[in-house]
Design a protein around this ligand. Structure first.
Ligand code: UGA
Length: 441
């Protein structure tokens, strides 16, 4: 089938590459000439494991192409995916400028029946606005081609996006037209494996499902972070509590890891956007506000522990940081806990020596050259001249370090672990103090 994808960001590229991989002919459209040039030269503007190979392979097979020409895109695909960004407005609601911009462009060029698929995370009611925008643009040029607008939210995790797309738990399709539902079922059939993963529902339920999923996951994390603070204060160990509750299948082991807060482009933005939706209908979203507030406070937790350990005298000290990205296997720094920590350390007069396997360049782009930030290429080099080590992102390569070497390098033998990746007894055996989240010292 022919598929057009507007937006060659993270979601658009993964969707395009994976749909091409199963035999569709995919044309990706983006307004950013620089991005399209990179892609047309076998490069990838973002870091996502497996994506570069998939794009190269499918381009070579003639199933995947990139252009800045929207007219060509609209002529190409029966399916027109909208996968452009929805950055938060000043008040936290999703900014639909780019989504509706694509809708207008589709209306201006459409030359036959099209299925327009909202892949971007958009508030309930957006599909109606997309349909209306296309209708208006068509009316202005005197055409009335039939269009179906479908909501098809994505549930990809950064760092595992290809796997999530190729082997989905579910594919949610919101449409009011049963025939369109069948066409989307056919498009997604190659990803079904043993049983049907496609759930066809009404449009508004599909739109809300996306927010419900992310808000529920964020709630699990904030719940555990709150519990970790209580555990610490009452002398319990949150890791024991985690195992104790996770064994109940109604609760489950997944997504109940306490830490130094959730970040990324999705949870913070989507929780806020859902709050705005609720407020827009005069419903007070108490639980969602608490989820956000707990997370915000949790992002301070590492700084508070470091500051307490050094009796508030951080000026002139150097703190080594392992991990900058908001989570492992990505270079994404959006709302990363490392940012809050670094900014607080700098404000207290401390220096940061940081190592991240892939996010150094992104960090440099955000903060520029500054004399209180040194980015190093090797994890142990972060410890040179450092007073203490803080772990912010749980990259696999940090999980079994040489604790004796860490002890030898640090001015003060203390490790602050924002992700609870070590066994406290093992760290203690090396003569290091170990300060983690919600555990007994
Ligand atoms: C999230 C969802 O997991 C995806 O299903 C969804 O499609 C995506 O948002 C989206 O809306 O596009 P992502 O933001 O890539 O995916 O990352 P996650 O793996 O969910 O991690 C989010 C944050 O939660 C990270 O900062 C991570 O460190 C933190 N986290 C996660 C915890 O603190 N504890 C946990 O138990 C799990």
């Amino acid at each position: 089938m022919n598929v057009t994808i507007f937006g060659s960001g993270y979601v658009g590229l993964v969707t395009g590459a994976c749909l091409a991989e199963v035999g569709n002919h995919v044309l990706c459209v983006d307004v950013d000439q620089r991005k399209i040039d990179i892609l047309n030269n076998d490069g990838v503007p973002i870091y996502e494991p497996g994506l570069e190979d998939l794009i190269r392979k499918n381009r070579a097979a003639g199933r995947l192409a990139f252009t800045t020409d929207p007219a060509q895109g609209i002529a190409h695909g029966l399916f027109q995916f909208i996968a452009v960004g929805t950055p938060p407005d000043e008040d936290g609601s999703a900014d639909l400028r780019h989504v509706l911009g694509v809708a207008r462009t589709i209306g201006e060029h459409i030359n036959g029946y099209r299925i327009v698929v909202d892949k971007s995370t958009v508030p309930v009611g957006t599909a109606d606005r997309v349909a209306e925008t296309i209708r208006e643009a068509q009316a202005a040029r005197g055409t009335q081609h039939e269009v179906d607008v479908v909501s098809n939210p994505e549930f990809l995790k950064e760092g595992a996006a290809i796997e999530d797309f190729m082997r989905p738990d579910r594919v949610v399709v919101g449409t009011d037209n049963p025939r369109t539902g069948e066409l989307l079922r056919a498009l997604y059939a190659p990803f079904n494996r043993n049983h049907d993963r496609v759930m066809v529902m009404d449009i508004r339920s599909a739109e809300l499902t996306k927010y419900a999923a992310n808000a529920m996951l964020a709630t699990k994390i904030s719940f555990m972070n709150e519990l970790s603070n209580i555990a610490e204060a009452v002398g319990a160990d949150i890791e024991q509590v985690r195992l104790g509750i996770g064994s109940d299948p109604r609760i489950g082991y997944q997504f109940i890891y306490p830490g130094c807060g959730y970040g990324g482009s999705c949870f913070p933005k989507d929780v806020r956007a859902l709050e705005r939706t609720a407020q827009g209908i005069d419903y007070r979203p108490d639980l969602l506000q608490a989820v956000e507030a707990v997370n915000d406070r949790q992002k301070d937790v590492l700084f508070r522990k470091i500051d307490a350990r050094f009796d508030g005298a951080l000026a002139g000290r150097t703190i080594a940081l392992w991990g900058l990205a908001f989570k492992p296997n990505t270079d994404d720094m959006r709302e990363a806990s490392s940012r809050r920590l670094m900014e607080q350390l700098w404000a207290a007069g401390a220096r940061v020596r940081a190592y991240d396997p892939v996010a150094a360049e992104e960090t440099r782009r955000i903060y520029g050259e500054r004399e209180d930030l040194t980015l190093v290429d090797e994890q142990m080099a972060a410890l040179d001249g450092a007073d203490a080590l803080a772990i912010v992102t749980e990259w696999a390569q940090f999980r079994s370090p040489d604790f004796d070497a860490i002890k030898a390098k640090l001015g003060t033998p203390v490790v602050f672990d924002g992700r609870n990746i070590y066994d406290p007894a093992q760290v203690a055996a090396a003569g290091l103090d170990y300060v983690s989240i919600g555990r007994r010292p």
